[in-house]
Design a protein around this ligand. Structure first.
Ligand SMILES: CC(C)(COP(=O)(O)OP(=O)(O)OC[C@H]1O[C@@H](n2cnc3c(N)ncnc32)[C@H](O)[C@@H]1OP(=O)(O)O)[C@@H](O)C(=O)NCCC(=O)NCCS
Length: 185
């Protein structure tokens, strides 16, 4: 059976479990996410109810078993602190073999290379274990930080996709960045 977790030099990246609720709430207390970040992507820290948190972990496990999306919690291996989430979602099989990628690192843990480290591990997981052929990142064109990060780990900018997603009741364009297995980065 496919193992849904991996380790990097400093991080343990794995599915969240109901017992991670306290760790997530501790990080939520230290994080200063914007309203849009809190509401945008079904984050673990946006659930402040233990039962809801448990339902979320079950749902995510089903999604993985159905090969639809892979959403992982990111923990500092040495301390066990929960620092964020990385995800491969919108998995397409058949003649596409692709997925979209995303990451969030909570504010107290930013600028320490954690997102890059976790995403590099997730890309390896996507290509080697999920046998994906293409991984796509989508960023708001004004999200310079996210675009810079994607490029620094090897994504190529492909262009703008019009009306790609809805946030806070408005449709936004997205800059598409991609990585293709076996192609020079
Ligand atoms: C984008 C995000 C995941 C980066 O997390 P992080 O752990 O701070 O990122 P890293 O420390 O690995 O830095 C990655 C690169 O981005 C750069 N970077 C990170 N934060 C930055 C900032 N505020 N301003 C400028 N550059 C920044 C780093 O210098 C690094 O570049 P380098 O490799 O050339 O040195 C985090 O800021 C976040 O969660 N933002 C909100 C959600 C989001 O936009 N997600 C992007 C989805 S792909």
């Amino acid at each position: 059976m496919l193992e849904f977790e991996f380790k990097t030099k400093r991080l343990w990246v794995r599915p969240l479990e109901p017992t991670d609720y306290e760790a997530c709430m501790r990080t939520r207390g230290r994080s200063q996410l914007s309203k849009a970040e809190m509401e945008g992507g079904s984050l673990a820290v946006s659930l402040s109810d233990r039962a809801e948190f448990g339902r979320m972990t079950d749902y995510r496990l089903d999604q993985m078993l159905e090969d639809r999306s892979y959403r992982f919690g990111v923990f500092v291996a040495r301390t066990g602190e929960f620092i964020g989430e990385v995800m491969l979602f919108d998995v397409l099989r058949g003649n596409r073999q692709m997925a979209s990628i995303g990451a969030i690192v909570h504010t107290a843990y930013r600028r320490q290379g954690y997102a890059s480290e976790a995403l590099r591990g997730l890309i390896r997981f996507g290509f080697r274990r999920l046998h994906l052929h293409r991984i796509e990142g989508q960023a708001r064109p004004e999200n310079a930080m996210s675009i810079h990060m994607c490029k620094s780990i090897g994504f190529q900018e492909e262009g703008t996709s019009a009306g790609r997603f809805k946030e806070g009741g408005r449709w936004f364009d997205a800059l598409i960045l991609a990585m293709v297995r076996g192609r020079k980065r």
